[in-house]
Design a protein around this ligand. Sequence first.
Ligand code: COA
Length: 330
Amino acid sequence: MPKSTIKGLGFYVPENIVTNHDLTKIMDTSDEWIKERTGIKERRWVNDDKLSTSLMGTYAAKKAISDSGLDKNDIDFIIFSTLSPDYYFPGSGVLLQKNLGIKEVGALDVRNQCSGFIYGLSIADQYIKSGMYKNILVVGSEIHSGGLDKSSRGRSVSVIFGDGAGAAVVSATDSDSCILSTHLHSEGKFAEELAVIKPATTFWIDKIVKNDDESYFPYMNGNFVFKNAVVRFEQVIFEALNYSNLKTEDINLLITHQANLRISQYIQKRLKLTDSQVFNNIMKYGNTTAASIPIALTEAYQSNLIKKGDIVVLAAFGSGFTWGSALIKW
Ligand code: COA
C-alpha cells in the first residue's frame, strides 16, 4: 500500500502589518492586554481589494509546488480548507484551480475552520493510501479581516485573527518517511460557541435589516473555547502518539494550530515538552485558522527546525468544535 509524505511546502501572507498599537487607534484595547492574553504582537490584514482567499492560496500553492520539485500538471487533486471563501458558492478550490491553470482534476472544499488543514491532510493521506491519487495539493487560506467587528464591541474576537495562506503537496511514497496517522473529531453540540451565523440559509441577506445586528460578525465564547481547546489538544496529541507507540519524549517538533500562545504554552507544560520541541509563530500572524498550521510548518521547515527522520506532530482545535492531529515521520 502506498504511503503519503509532505513533498513541498509554501506560505503567503499579505504585506500589510497591523500591530497591536494600530488596533488601539480603532478600538478600546492595549498592546499589553493582547500580548498578555494571546501572545500576539502583530497580524497581517489584507488592504488590497484584489487579494482574495483563493488568490492567497494560489500564491502559497505555487511555492509548495515549486518546493516539491513537481509541475502543476502533476497535481491530481486539490483540497482547499477555509472558513472565509471568496464566494458563498462555488468553493475556493475551483478558483485556485483556475488561477493555477490546472486542468479538470477534482477540487474539494473543506469547511472545518481551525482544523481544516488537518482534515484536508487526512483526506489526502487516505486518497493516496487507497491508490486513487499520487500528488494532492492541500491548501489552507483565510481572509478574516474584512468580516471582523473592528469596533470595541468586537475586540475580544477581532484582535486575535489574521489573514494568510499555507499549502502542502502531499505525495505517494514507499519510504518510511511518511504520514504515520491522522485523527479527526468533532462535537456539533458546541457549533454555535465559535461561529458566524449570518448570512445563511436560515437568515438570508435580505433579512439582515439592522446595522447593529451582531450575528453576522464572528461570535466566540472565548473562555469556553479555551477550556475545551486545552483538553482536546492534549487528548488528540496522545491519540496520535499512542497509535504509533510513541511518547512525548519522541516528539521532535509539535506544531499546534496557532489559536492563542497561552493555549500552546499550556499544552507544552502539560506534555512536559522543551522549548525546542514546540514551534509557535502566532506572535507575528495571529490566528489564521485553516492557514495557521501550514504557515507554521513551512516556517519551521524553512528555518531548518525539521530534519529527516524527525517525529512531527500537528494538532488543531477550533470552531465546530472540531479537532484533529497528524503524526508525521519526516
Ligand atoms: N482589549 C482589552 N480588553 C479586552 C479585550 C481587548 N481586546 N477583549 C476583552 N477584553 C476585556 C473583557 O471585556 C473583560 O473585561 P471585564 O473583566 O471588565 O469584563 C476582560 O478583558 C477579560 O475578558 P475575558 O474574555 O475573560 O478574557 P480571557 O482571559 O478569557 O481572554 C481570549 C480572552 C479571547 C483571549 C481567550 O478567552 C481565548 O483566547 N480564548 C480562546 C480563543 C481561541 O483560541 N479561539 C480560536 C479557537 S481556534
